[in-house]
Design a protein around this ligand. Structure first.
Ligand code: SAM
Length: 280
């Protein structure tokens, strides 16, 4: 057996993850998650999947990929989890939360119905919990659904427990209001308060899947920093589905490098990377 090194540069990865296996990985992740992996990502793929090969005691990428493709394979989910990119942060792209706050305050003033929000690629939960914090600060009743394709990050999101470093940049008032600091064995950790937990729920949802579970329409959808991984054709289809799931006047927030709703007649721009669903 040829033991593979722990991590590799591009040339090294190219030698061990051959062209055909890399092409198979790119095809499979496109089929399962709609993710378009660029040809530059070979060493990233190598490093991430190597951990899965080790976990399964398999020593060739070819054998591993056969396992992934087997009918009903229990390796498909870890394969997808390994290849997603989960970078996120509390109040990332803060202008969206300012806009949300203004809407939530208006709703609270009018004593309107609870505000329904969806964090549609929520990763480890920071985005969904940030939304819940804003609703709470606006004293606006509401609910937050967080979904992602990656089951591992969803476990973290659901747990709602973060290392202090993750929340250190939040203002002291926000920390006090929304988090409980761990003590003893939980020193260095903070947990979201029960009031936030009562507002949020998390579930797996593959945006690429043709059959999403039935959902009531939302007032706000965050679909941020995920469509960059999808091709244009799929972005268009996704946008039509998101439009259907927004109430008239509802908001769609997209990531900083994403402008896919701009050309859609059903949306108008209401600020940086924020769009409003046309009424009527
Ligand atoms: C870079 S993170 C963005 C997290 C958060 N929205 C933000 O902007 O901070 C992208 C997330 O999209 C998820 N993702 C990738 N493909 C997906 C798909 N087909 N369906 C649902 N989520 C997907 C990944 O698992 C990852 O957690």
């Amino acid at each position: 057996m040829n033991a593979a090194p722990d991590s590799l540069d591009f040339a090294g990865a190219a030698a061990l993850l051959n062209e055909r296996d890399f092409a198979t990985v790119r095809q499979l992740i496109a089929d399962y998650a709609g993710i378009k992996l660029s040809t530059q990502k070979r060493n990233m793929v190598y490093n991430r999947l190597l951990r899965r090969l080790r976990a399964r005691g398999i020593d060739s990428f070819g054998d591993y990929l056969q396992l992934v493709q087997r009918e009903g394979s229990d390796e498909r989910e870890p394969f997808v989890n390994a290849l997603t990119t989960n970078l996120t942060a509390f109040f990332r792209e803060p202008h969206h939360f300012d806009l949300l706050l203004a809407r939530a305050q208006e709703r609270a003033r009018q004593h309107g119905r609870p505000m329904r929000c969806w964090s549609s690629a929520c990763s480890t939960g920071e985005e969904a919990w940030s939304i819940a914090m804003v609703l709470r600060e606006a004293q606006c009743p509401g609910e937050v659904l967080g979904t992602d394709i990656d089951t591992e990050v969803l476990n973290t999101a659901q747990a709602g427990v973060y290392r202090m470093e993750r929340i250190a940049a939040l203002p002291a008032e926000r920390l006090r209001r929304h988090f409980l600091r761990g003590t003893g064995a939980n020193d260095g950790l903070a947990s979201v308060r029960p009031e936030l937990r009562a507002m949020a729920r998390f579930a797996q949802l593959n945006l690429q899947s043709p059959a999403w579970p039935a959902m009531e329409r939302f007032d706000v959808i965050f679909c941020r920093n995920v469509v960059i991984y999808f091709d244009r054709e799929f972005q268009k289809k996704l946008l039509a589905r998101l439009a259907d799931l927004l109430v008239p006047g509802g908001l769609l927030m997209v990531g900083h490098s994403e402008s896919f709703p701009a050309a859609h007649p059903g949306f108008r721009s209401v600020g940086r990377t924020a769009y409003e669903r046309a009424t009527g």
